[in-house]
Design a protein around this ligand. Structure first.
Ligand code: URP
Ligand code: ZN
Ligand code: ZN
Length: 453
């Protein structure tokens, strides 16, 4: 296949050229390439050609109490591809009493043969005993090089400081990278209990029990613990201006800290908790949505490199039948919002409106995630030998996001009515054009587990 006359965008490159694809890989890139006999040619004049998006923070088919997030691998990865994301990294979890391997085996089973794009995992570590180090070694030998710890939810999948410290030391030993959900669990649980005592059904209790400093304190502590161990650390879903400041200072001192934020923290704000009735439950996620001043700090942090990655934390629960599980008790509302299909278009639209270049969007949505998590240069870049996971994009007239046009398996979108002005009419997975405007020809066998290095 030959893609002619596109403007190719990599994180540090913008040039008009043609790209030849063969056997799922990029075979040639040149200013001008002539079509070979019977070669399929796409004239991409007027389009930009980008590496496909890489979403390194998703929770597909994730158990949450008695519920399971509503997108499975079939629906979730189909939605990802429609939205220009061609690789996802999901969080694999194990249950109490199980080994890490049991959880990984379960995630392998639910994804294998069901994914429309490539995928890999970070392995959640929910505790520490004398067998954990060996278990982590075993997981790493299977191509899973990043792990996850939660400083919240300590009665469930979270860890205390002692356990966290052991995990960080283990990362240092094996050369793994720990991703950390940073909220002070015990403190937010006290705040939750007090608010619940007064009015259990009030949704505003959710953001009020998780104030900015609950995040900032945990980010600061985790970064300090990583400094003591002298190991890199990756802070997931940064949402506050205070946390941004802590990360900026650590980076300035030379500490290897990676930081991620998500479109919801850049674009939505706490006004969402003032909706009538139970509507605000659609925006119950953790950390919660913040103030406009936090958004501003996050955009600045993205521009100056304090934040490295934009991923989605896609974790969809239906408004009807799942979110309403917590109608009488706000602590029972399943946490999480969908966005796997929206990220690329939102970042193109609002990133550019905030003065961010296309190259930088490629960097935070594709190249940096690939580099940080060991998928580069197979993924995250358009160069000879890379996987031909690509998107052709075009700026169009502004239109509104509507749930009815999306493919995620969930009954709402938190971005309903927001403007978008970029289209992704072509998506290529391993060199196969799987989205051609409204036509879908995705193939499940194209999505394969990726070992990270
Ligand atoms: O509310 C959220 N973010 N749910 C997904 C799990 C997590 O904490 O990332
Ligand atoms: Zn989290
Ligand atoms: Zn998450």
């Amino acid at each position: 296949m030959l893609i002619k006359n596109a403007v190719l965008i990599n994180e540090k490159e913008k040039r008009k050229c043609s790209v030849r694809i063969a056997d799922g890989k990029i075979k040639e890139i040149a200013t001008q390439l002539e079509a070979e006999k019977e070669e399929h040619v796409i004239d991409a004049s007027g389009y930009y050609l980008l590496p496909g998006g890489i979403d390194v923070h998703t929770h597909i088919e994730m158990p949450c109490g008695n519920l399971v997030s509503s997108d499975d691998y079939d629906a979730g990865t189909k939605a990802a591809v429609w939205g220009g994301t061609t690789t996802v990294m999901d969080f694999a979890e194990y249950d109490k009493g199980e080994k890490l391997q049991d959880g990984l085996d379960r995630w392998m089973t639910k994804s294998e043969g069901k994914s429309y794009c490539d995928y890999s995992f970070h392995m959640t570590v929910s505790g520490w005993d004398e067998t954990t180090e060996e278990q982590i070694h075993k997981i790493k030998s299977q191509g899973i090089t990043s792990f996850k710890a939660y400083t919240a939810y300590q009665d469930d999948i979270g860890v205390n400081d002692k356990e966290l410290f052991r995990i960080l030391k283990c990362m240092k030993k094996i050369g793994g990278l720990l991703c950390v959900h940073c909220e002070n669990g015990p403190v937010l649980e006290c705040l939750q209990a007090d608010l619940k005592h007064v009015n259990p059904g009030r949704i505003r209790n959710h953001p009020e029990s998780r104030p900015n400093l609950v995040e900032k304190e945990a980010v600061s502590r985790v970064i300090d613990l990583a400094a003591i161990v002298d190991v890199p650390v990756y802070i997931v879903h940064v949402s506050t201006k205070e946390a941004v400041e802590v990360i900026r200072k650590a980076k300035a001192k030379g500490q290897k800290v990676y930081a991620e934020t998500c479109p919801q923290y850049l674009l939505l704000d706490e006004e969402a908790y003032n909706l009538p009735g139970f509507e605000s439950a659609k925006y119950v996620l953790s950390p919660p949505l913040r103030k406009k001043e936090d958004q501003k700090a996050l955009w600045e942090a993205l521009k100056d490199g304090t934040i490295d990655v934009v991923s989605t934390d896609h974790c969809s629960f239906n408004y009807h039948g799942q979110k309403d599980y917590g109608k009488e008790d706000f602590t029972q509302i399943p946490n999480g919002i969908p966005g796997i299909e929206n990220r690329m278009k939102l970042m193109l639209t609002y990133g550019i409106r905030h003065g961010i270049s296309l190259e930088k969007i490629v960097k935070v949505c594709s190249a940096a995630p690939a580099k940080i998590f060991g998928l580069y240069p197979k993924k995250g870049v358009l160069k000879i030998g890379s996987d031909a996971d690509m998107i052709l994009i075009k700026q169009e007239k502004a239109h509104s996001v509507t749930w009815a046009e999306l493919h995620q398996r969930v009954d709402y979108t938190p971005y309903e009515g927001m403007e978008e002005e970029w289209e992704i009419p072509y998506v290529f997975v391993h060199g196969t054009c799987v989205v051609d405007h409204e036509t879908w020809s995705g193939k499940k066998h194209l999505g394969r587990f990726q070992k990270c290095i």
